[in-house]
Design a protein. Structure first.
Length: 248
């Protein structure tokens, strides 16, 4: 049996890089997608194909998935590419609102449209949307991000029902604060705005997790790789929180 082919968007660092590595370690062929080729290639994942893709641009998505198909039909899609920006609602511009919807929600829609027909035709597919605990609850100052991630979860659940009898599963993984560049940027912003130390800012974010720590990218990747396995066929339409009990 030929190894499954997985596409991971936002695969150049953080959670995406951890997911790509975990899938490769499970024997899958991996196509890494992201905005910067050099960053993707710096992961140096053996056997991986690297393809430039801006998930918010339909033409870029089409081109990227045409290139990915050169490695073979796509059996697994991990919609991981995402972006967050923190602003009070009253200062959130339409441009910021639209950009976060485009990257976090429409990007997942566009990428899924590329792979779903083939998955249905072959009667097998695994789609995992990396959402966030922001898909399950609200957080102040990130209304646009929460709206987008809630949308991702709604799309996940609706699509899971549409393809439930077609051999395709669709799930969401919802990490809490994870030790990535995004959280490092959030810590920097807290320090900048409040005068707290980086250690204090990091502790504040970690305190949202009942375990009192940040989640690791590898922990998120483990949940994703589990959902991508052939034997996980009965799990669909789910939102798996990887957050130490922050949301239940």
């Amino acid at each position: 049996m030929q190894a499954l082919h997985a596409v991971v968007t936002g695969g150049g660092s953080g959670i995406g890089a951890a997911i790509a590595t975990a899938l490769a370690n499970e024997g899958l062929r991996v196509t890494l997608m992201g905005r910067t080729l050099k960053r993707l290639e710096s992961l140096a994942l053996p056997g991986a194909q690297c393809v430039v893709c801006d998930v918010s641009d339909p033409a870029s998505v089409q081109s990227a998935f045409d290139a990915a198909a050169e490695l073979g039909p796509i059996d697994v899609l991990v919609n991981n590419a995402g972006e967050v920006e923190s602003q009070p609602f009253m200062r959130t511009s339409l441009d910021v609102w639209q950009r976060l919807l485009d990257v976090n929600l429409t990007g997942s829609f566009l990428c899924t449209k590329q792979v779903l027909p083939g998955m249905v035709e072959r009667r097998f597919g695994r789609i995992v949307n990396v959402a966030s605990t922001a898909a399950l609850t609200g957080y102040a100052y990130v209304a646009a991000y929460c709206a987008a991630k809630h949308g991702v979860l709604g799309m996940t659940r609706a699509l899971a029902l549409e393809v439930a009898k077609k051999g395709v599963t669709v799930n969401a993984v919802c990490p809490g604060y994870t030790d990535t560049d995004i959280v490092a940027h959030a810590i920097h912003k807290i320090v900048e705005k409040t005068g707290r130390s980086a250690e204090q800012a990091r502790a504040e974010l970690a305190s949202a997790n009942p375990q009192g720590r940040l989640v690791t990218p590898q922990e998120v990747a483990s949940a994703v790789s589990w959902l991508c396995r052939r034997e996980s066929s009965a799990i669909t339409g789910q939102a798996i929180a990887v957050a130490g009990g922050e949301v239940m």
